[in-house]
Design a protein around this ligand. Structure first.
Ligand SMILES: Nc1ncnc2c1ncn2[C@@H]1O[C@H](COP(=O)(O)OP(=O)(O)O)[C@@H](O)[C@H]1O
Ligand SMILES: [Mg+2]
Length: 317
């Protein structure tokens, strides 16, 4: 089956005059099947927004190919764009317009009349808890509501693919969860979703597959399960007799030990790492461990380790 999104060797350079200031994407390849719920995970400046903008037809690329639903964005940009709904990172509607108008006007760009758009506008605004606000100016909405308005606007032409660029940045925890439910439901009904995030929990909760991007390159790709299994990282909590003062933590600098609270240390063990080394170090600085608790491995640790490993390699290259 034709993938929803097929990216090959995608490069993006930003220029200032004749000088390249940033290589935001350095040859990214990705294939996302139809129906997938995919996360592009990476820290700030990794290249996520650059990639999303090119996919949505907003940004230009320097090199590479992008095919949406079998349609090249170079050969037939309008058709390629029609498959996509975009929820950009920054709010970009007029704050003086009314909620319903913002959604209906967007339908107009796709040649959908107001009368045609209205039933679906009502359905999605209701599902997103915004129907009651339909006649209010967008500036009266809370941050979370503005974000949901952008989702409603992105969906009005019933796109097969929804792109969301950091959809829950700055959204409080409760709202984030209800947005996740909405997106899960949308995906189950058949919409392919690609979201970018730097919240690991978001990728872990929502997505089947994850690609980790850093400095414009995909450094790892797989199912959340595969990524977690890959590095055999374990995290344990160590309860200590002594209070973990600033002075003690100074002595432990450079060790894979982080202060969790007054009497608890978090130890992260990479492949081949043993607890013995940590225990030796701790006893040498006079810290006694009374209890060891396992935390299991989390995507967060995998993510940090991958990025640190990559950065260390770049530093020596
Ligand atoms: N319009 C621009 N002009 C110059 N550099 C840019 C521009 N947009 C982004 N960049 C740079 O490209 C890199 C990737 O940015 P971006 O795609 O926004 O990453 P992310 O969304 O992952 O934070 C960063 O180093 C950023 O500073
Ligand atoms: Mg971004």
């Amino acid at each position: 089956m034709t993938p929803a999104i097929e990216i090959e060797g995608l490069k993006k350079k930003y220029w200032k005059g004749k000088v390249v200031t940033t290589e935001a994407l350095k040859g990214v390849s990705l294939s996302i099947p139809k129906g997938e719920f995919f996360a592009l995970l990476g820290p700030n400046g990794a290249g996520k927004t650059s990639l999303i903008s090119i996919l949505a037809g907003l940004g230009t690329k320097t090199e590479g190919t992008v095919v949406v639903n079998g349609v090249s964005i170079d050969k037939d940009p309008d058709t390629a764009k029609s498959f996509i709904g975009l929820v950009p990172q920054e709010f970009n509607f007029s704050i003086f317009e009314k909620v319903l108008d913002i959604v209906i006007d967007q339908a107009g760009y796709y040649g959908i009349t107001k009368a045609e758009a209205m039933p679906y506008a009502k359905e999605i605004l209701t599902a997103l808890g915004l129907w009651e606000k339909r006649n209010d100016q967008a500036q009266t909405l809370s941050g979370g509501m503005k974000r949901r308005l952008m989702i409603a606007r992105a969906l009005i032409h019933k796109p097969e693919i929804l792109l969301l660029d950091e959809p829950t940045a700055g959204v409080d925890v409760e709202l984030r969860r209800s947005m996740w439910e909405f997106l899960k439901d949308l995906n189950e009904k058949g919409t392919t979703i690609l979201l970018t995030t730097h919240y690991l929990e978001e990728a872990e909760q929502l997505c089947r597959r994850v690609a980790i991007i850093n400095h414009g390159e995909i450094i790892e790709e797989g199912s959340v399960k595969e990524l977690l299994g890959k590095l055999h990282i374990t995290t344990v909590l160590l309860d200590t007799v002594e209070s973990l003062t600033e002075a003690i933590m100074q002595l432990l600098r450079g060790e894979p030990l982080v202060r969790e609270d007054e009497n608890t240390l978090k130890l992260t063990l990479g492949p081949g790492g043993t607890m013995n080394e940590a225990f030796r170090k701790l006893s040498s600085v006079g810290v006694h461990v009374t209890n060891v608790r396992s935390m299991g491995s989390r995507l967060e640790e995998v993510f940090i380790q991958l990025i640190e490993k990559k950065d260390a390699k770049d530093a020596t290259a």
